[in-house]
Design a protein. Structure first.
Ligand SMILES: [Zn+2]
Lengths: 342, 799
């Protein structure tokens, strides 16, 4: 009895010192076999139990169990120490130069014209305008006659036209959508019409044979010139910045009366005067007016019952100004070095 | 149109500097595009008189002049051909710096001392004439400072008039606007009858065949005139505004045109046969040689002024050469008329001839006031050319002008502007405009519109005038968007934005290309949606062959963009465009279709230091397209081989749904790749976006996630090489057991040890029960039965 007890203590001391001096994972495994394996030292103690009186067996059994647990814990402890150590060295070995370039994952770009166009649409949609579209190959009637521009009117010179056939042309503005919408709806209507329009103009840095336009109009019982001015002011501030001022001046479009041109304070020079604004501090961005009664009539509305305003702007022109681009052709060349800037 | 600031002062007091006036006019609707000061900073230039002229001893072309300027005399060497004794000339003296930077110094020219320089118009920066020295009028006093003489320093305004304001196409027209703006009195040109015999019986027959084209034709006959170069004041005024001085008669007509805005024309009376005037339509193919020495072939839509035999002028456009006024001319017929604007415009258009006269006639001239201009010119010519007699006004008033009235309502005017303007305020504005109120009935006013305001026709025109005078800048800004108007959902807009976001997120650049392309593009890459051999729709008046046809596919332009970027060494080209194509249905008719075109070429991502880059291939591209359709929730489509001449025949496919052709995609033909200079692995897809808009479902749908685990089983089969994947998929679908959730292809293999002409596929099926964990035996049983059916149907072997 005493013998076995001292045996247990000795084993414990031996095990602790051996485990402490262990230098790697393999040695731990060897010790685990030596002490706890099937033929291990601790396992052998259980076999000696049969030589002990039955009364003393439980006590000795407990001592052996405790020994077994303690040795196992020591082994585990040392083992996890080695695991941590090896992981630590691996992490050191795996160090990278984090300043090297990553593997390329390129994201695309939305075309600058689309960006400006979407911005314009967003501003007006937020004000409750619907978005309508019309065909690019348009009837001469919708493009001109219904908009109070009869044949052989000097106003037709304002827009050089591509003809497809007798009475058919490539629309020179998105204003025909005004008529098409009025034909299909009852007042009140509040619509913007974005789209591609065509002009028979030589292609150079300042002009192109096509561009994008947004036309907007609102017809209701009491729509006034002051309302139009309000919407233009709001749009200009949303589009070009909260400090933007507008200047409107009389102009002429056959489909509006009164007509106006709207300038915004130059956002390139804070209205101090620069090359782009020709040192005036103003940039012309938009044409507008109160819809001409003849146009309301052409759309099937009664000019004695309703009145309205309409406005139109060129997106390319706005984009050229916004980004300070000096050649409109860049928009249609689609050089990715250009597109990636937006 | 050009306006002279100093000339303007003759008609109205202008209390503004040129810069301020430019702003005021712009805000009044007369947009000033530019301001050009002339004659500024010319110090040390005096008016001199040439009192003696000797040949230069050393040079044939030079002359030695003695020029007197007050008490002083100067010796000046001059090379101008037109220098002569008695002329008054601008003499630049030592210390003067000319606009081109040249500094005047005392100098010696080939041995003869020269104390200054007699200058040309161009040298002084006063005009374009560099042919000879500038000869000044009698009003220039020798010895005085040239700069301070009237009409020398000036500011020229370039005004961009809108086509509705022909009344402003003259000095007095602009002066009228300034007068309305400032309230200062407008001074119309003052002139009096010259001291010339008025020959009461001098007459000519004037016939107007079609009064709807010419309401009134008026004329003066002026006899015994001496046609000579114009005096300085006359030439100076018209030259400053961009016209060339020709002779007194022509210059006076141009002068009055600039001054009063009405085009006039002078004929050499002795060259008119008859002599008589017939205003008639031209005969078909009748010819005339116009003043620009070009033969014009006329047609019967055109109005001409004819003598008893032939046309002598294209009415309102240009005179004829045969009756042109020359230095030999002694008697003239001076014409003024009102012509129908539409007729003049048509004629000018079809002759391709736009003149100062046609520009004004086609916009509408003053049908009453023109006779004043005619009289003004006649008197001036009689005086300047020393006429022996002048006739009274000879007139055929075929269609007397009617007075124009508009009824307007001051309440309505106020409501359209959106500003509370009182009745009296509005009346005051109307009176300021020079519009007579002929009747007043409470808020209703009957207005008589002056004949020069051809643009005012309806009540809204009066609204604009009042808003303009009130000041567009003073009208308040109302708060936008107060009323509710029903909104319409625009699915196309939603689709387009979604697609852009998805594609941009996937690394694609959006492009926008020109819808007008060369006709030959369609031959190389025809529209897959149109009938074969259908030519594209073309514009009838293209700017060039390169922009003639409406694109029938987005593919050609997008491939060009690929080529441009490849040329610029872009390594990973991923592009798309959303836009309309024009599917030709007949030579002049097309359906507009909204399309999505996608192109990729070369590397998927740019190469980098990590090693070689992954290249685009057919399956990668297809995988991308399928992923795109999947996110739109579009699943009901089929894929099949397609043959298109510009695509690789073995690597091109169409997408379709029943009878509907949705799109095409594939690798471009290797020879197309070579032609365009793009990589061989360039892939393109074009999809019918309208179909996608109709079928897409961006709302999404929820079904609960599975509760129980799935069991997977593989099936490996060896089938004939010719059997395509679609056939296998259809067979699998045919026998699909209820417990099968999904299946996929995990490998495809050909070659040893698989026999020649066969291929091996391994498929992985996933089975799952919705209400219990599937046991292995259940899965085995379902899978084995399924496999047996598929193998039997395909006639293939299990491996
Ligand atoms: Zn600026």
């Amino acid at each position: 009895m005493f013998e076995i007890k001292s045996q247990i203590s000795k084993i414990k001391v031996d095990a602790e010192s051996l485990i402490r001096s262990c230098e790697n994972k393999n040695e731990i495994e060897q010790l685990r076999v030596r002490f706890l394996g099937k033929k291990g030292v601790v396992t052998a103690l259980y076999k000696n139990l049969k030589d002990i009186t039955p009364e003393q067996r439980p006590e000795v059994g407990d001592l052996i169990n405790t020994l077994k647990d303690e040795v196992a814990r020591e082994l585990d402890c040392k083992q996890s120490f080695f695991l941590r150590e090896s992981l630590r060295s691996r992490l050191v070995e795996e160090e990278l130069d984090v300043t090297l370039p990553g593997k390329p994952v390129t994201l695309g770009r939305i075309h600058p014209i689309t960006k400006v166009l979407q911005r314009v649409i967003d501003i007006f949609q937020a004000l409750g305008f619907s978005v309508a579209e019309g065909p690019e190959i348009e009837k001469e009637y919708y493009n001109f006659d219904a908009l109070n521009i009869p044949s052989h009117h000097p106003a037709r010179d304002m827009q050089d036209t591509f003809f497809i056939d007798v009475g058919t042309l490539l629309r020179t503005h998105t204003s025909p959508v005004q008529i098409r919408v009025m034909e299909n709806r009852k007042p009140p209507v509040r619509v913007i019409a974005p789209g591609r329009v065509y002009r028979n103009e030589a292609i150079n840095a300042r002009s192109y044979c096509l561009f994008h336009q947004v036309e907007g109009f609102y017809v209701d019982k009491h729509v006034t010139f002051a309302d139009l001015k309000g919407i233009l002011g709001h749009f200009s501030r949303e589009m070009f910045g909260a400090k933007t001022a507008i200047r409107i001046r009389p102009s002429y479009f056959p489909f509006t009366e009164p007509s106006l041109e709207c300038d915004v304070s130059c956002f390139l020079c804070s209205a101090k005067g620069c090359r782009v604004c020709k040192y005036t501090g103003w940039l012309e961005i938009l044409g507008a007016g109160m819809i001409h009664p003849a146009v309301l009539k052409a759309g099937g509305f009664d000019p004695d019952e309703v009145q309205g305003y309409a406005f139109g702007m060129g997106i390319e022109r706005t984009a050229l100004l916004l980004y300070g681009i000096n050649d409109i052709r860049l928009f249609f060349e689609n050089d990715m070095r250009f597109l990636s800037q937006f | 149109m050009k306006i002279s600031y100093s000339w303007l002062q003759e008609f109205v007091d202008v209390p503004y500097t040129p810069e301020v006036l430019a702003d005021k006019l712009t805000l009044l609707g007369l947009e000033v595009a530019s301001l050009t000061p002339i004659g500024k900073n010319l110090s040390n230039v005096v008016v001199g008189e040439v009192i003696d002229l000797k040949p230069h001893p050393q040079a044939d072309k030079l002359k030695v002049c003695t020029v007197a300027a007050g008490a002083k005399k100067y010796n000046v060497v001059c090379g101008a051909p037109n220098v002569a004794v008695g002329q008054r000339v601008p003499l630049a003296l030592e210390g003067c710096v000319l606009p081109d930077g040249m500094e005047i110094k005392k100098t010696e020219i080939r041995g003869v001392g020269s104390q200054g320089m007699i200058c040309s118009q161009k040298e002084l920066g006063l005009g374009d004439d560099a042919a000879g020295i500038m000869v000044l009028g009698e009003s220039f006093e020798p010895g005085t400072d040239f700069n301070s003489a009237k009409g020398i320093t000036d500011c020229i305004f370039e005004i961009e008039l809108t086509p509705n304001r022909p009344d402003c196409l003259s000095m007095t027209g602009i002066a009228r606007e300034v007068s309305i703006l400032t309230g200062n009195v407008l001074r119309y040109p003052v002139y009096s009858k010259p001291e010339v015999l008025e020959k009461q019986d001098d007459n000519i027959s004037i016939t107007i065949k079609d009064p709807s084209l010419c309401e009134n034709y008026s004329a003066y006959i002026i006899r015994g005139i001496n046609v000579s170069p114009s005096p300085f004041w006359l030439a100076n005024k018209i030259e400053k505004l961009g016209m060339r001085s020709i002779n007194t008669v022509v210059d006076v007509t141009n002068f009055v045109l600039l001054e009063m805005g009405h085009p006039l024309h002078a004929f050499d009376l002795n060259k008119l046969k008859g002599p008589q005037i017939i205003v008639r339509r031209a005969l078909q193919c009748e010819k005339i040689i116009t003043l620009d020495s070009k033969e014009r072939i006329l047609d019967k839509s055109m109005l001409v002024i004819a003598d008893s035999d032939d046309p002598v002028a294209v009415a309102g456009v240009m005179g004829g050469a045969s009756s042109e006024v020359s230095v030999e001319t002694t008697d003239i017929l001076l014409e003024g008329a009102y012509f129908n604007p539409v007729s003049i415009r048509k004629t000018a258009k079809s002759l391709g001839l736009s003149t100062e006269a046609s520009h004004r006639f086609e916009r509408g001239t003053d049908r009453v006031g023109f006779q004043k201009a005619l009289q003004r010119a006649a008197y001036l010519i009689a005086e300047l050319c020393g006429a022996s007699s002048i006739s009274p006004l000879i007139e055929n008033n075929a269609l007397p002008a009617e007075e124009k009235f508009i009824v307007c309502n001051t309440k309505k005017i106020s409501s359209l502007i959106g500003v509370e303007l009182s009745h009296d305020e509005i009346v005051a504005f109307i009176e300021k405009l020079g519009i007579d109120i002929v009747q007043r009935n409470h808020e209703n006013l009957k207005l008589s519109i002056p004949s020069y305001r051809v643009d005012i026709a309806i009540e809204e025109d009066i609204v604009e005038e009042i808003a303009r005078l009130y000041g567009y800048d003073k009208i308040p800004m109302a708060r936008p968007g107060s009323t509710y108007v029903e909104c319409e959902v625009n699915k196309k807009l939603i689709y387009s934005r979604f697609t852009r976001d998805v594609l941009v997120g996937a690394g694609f650049y959006e492009t926008l290309t020109c819808s007008l392309v060369s006709e030959s593009v369609n031959k190389r890459i025809p529209c897959w949606l149109s009938e074969p051999n259908m030519p594209p729709v073309c514009v009838q008046n293209p700017i060039s062959e390169m922009q003639k046809a409406l694109q029938a596919s987005l593919i050609p332009n997008l491939l060009d963009v690929v080529a441009v970027n490849v040329k610029h060494k872009a390594e990973a080209v991923k592009l798309f465009e959303l836009g309309n194509i024009f599917v030709p249905v007949s030579p002049m008719q097309a359906h507009e279709k909204y399309m999505l075109c996608i192109a990729v070429a070369g590397n998927i991502e740019p190469a980098s230091w990590h090693g070689s880059a992954e290249l685009w291939d057919f399956y990668k591209f297809k995988g991308f397209l399928v992923g795109y359709l999947d996110i739109l929730d579009i699943k009901s489509y089929m894929v099949d081989r397609v043959t298109l001449e510009y695509l690789h025949q073995g690597r091109s496919a169409k997408l379709y749904d029943g009878d509907t052709f949705i799109g095409i995609f594939g690798q471009i033909h290797p020879s197309v790749a070579i032609d365009l200079g793009v990589p061989e692995n360039t892939f393109i897809a074009e999809l019918d976006a309208q179909f996608l808009i109709d079928k897409m479902n961006l709302r999404g749908a929820y079904s609960p996630l599975p509760k129980y685990p799935a069991v997977e089983r593989d099936l490996a089969i060896v089938v004939d090489r010719q059997i395509n994947f679609q056939q296998i998929a259809e067979t699998l679908a045919m026998f699909e057991p209820p417990l099968m959730e999904d299946w996929k292809l995990v490998s495809l293999y050909e070659g040893d040890p698989i026999p020649e002409g066969k291929k091996s596929l391994s498929l992985r099926m996933r089975y799952r029960s919705a209400d219990s964990t599937l046991k292995d035996e259940e899965a085995d049983s379902v899978h084995n039965d399924y496999a047996a059916q598929v193998v039997r149907k395909l006639g293939c072997e299990l491996r």
